[in-house]
Design a protein around this ligand. Sequence first.
Ligand SMILES: CC(C)(COP(=O)(O)OP(=O)(O)OC[C@H]1O[C@@H](n2cnc3c(N)ncnc32)[C@H](O)[C@@H]1OP(=O)(O)O)[C@@H](O)C(=O)NCCC(=O)NCCS
Length: 231
Amino acid sequence: MILKDIWLDVKAVKARDPAARSSLEVLLLYQGVHALIWHRFAHWFYKHRLFFIARLISQLARFFTLIEIHPGATLGHGILIDHGCGVVIGETAVVGDNCTIYQGVTLGGVGLNKGKRHPTLGNNVTVGAGAKILGSFEVGDNCTIAANAVLLKQLDNNVTAVGIPARPVKIDGVPIPKEDKKDEAMEYFCKMETRIKEMEQTIESLQQELSVYKNGGDHDKDGQPAAGAGE
Ligand SMILES: CC(C)(COP(=O)(O)OP(=O)(O)OC[C@H]1O[C@@H](n2cnc3c(N)ncnc32)[C@H](O)[C@@H]1OP(=O)(O)O)[C@@H](O)C(=O)NCCC(=O)NCCS
């Protein structure tokens, strides 16, 4: 079973990394593949509650590959960890089949609570270089998280999300119309305009009241001379 997983990982690199030349080269020289091989063994020990050995293997893997996968993490088949340096995958993270993870990605938790605290990636998810996915939520199948994005919320299937915090920009490869964003901005500006008008009216009436006090109170509240004033 472990050998089959390793073979699928090698095949995934050959299929999805244009720089990969032969299966032997991938097996011997790709540290993403090495990290996955170490992890498959570490996870076996973890599942058999041999936590020390599991952790020891994952730390050795980290030392040699610069990729840290907690032995408790559940990884599917055909995963490509490209370049890999700086990848961190937390204990309760789940990565579906055929996912692609670039260097500097974190599948991490927020807070110190025990239990499920890391994300669950569906199948065929791509996580761009440096992206952080933080928290216990699901990322749907075929999603793409942009390089350097910080994703803090669940994503439906087939969504491309970019930015900090990451927001959907495409669904099924089709850009989300920016009109929606324009409408939002217009609504905001209209509210601001109304508020400014209210504030101008308030300032005007305060100025009028002030001028009444300045003129010794011999003007009415509209700023007009009071009846009998100056006689
Ligand atoms: C997210 C990604 C897949 C977008 O690809 P795409 O589907 O071709 O999308 P587009 O290029 O049409 O971009 C859509 C919008 O997202 C923005 N965008 C794309 N990537 C972004 C990023 N990393 N950060 C912020 N915004 C980004 C674009 O500027 C564009 O915005 P606009 O519509 O306002 O102009 C791609 O940009 C990406 O980040 N891939 C990761 C690649 C990677 O990590 N490679 C490492 C190799 S070592």
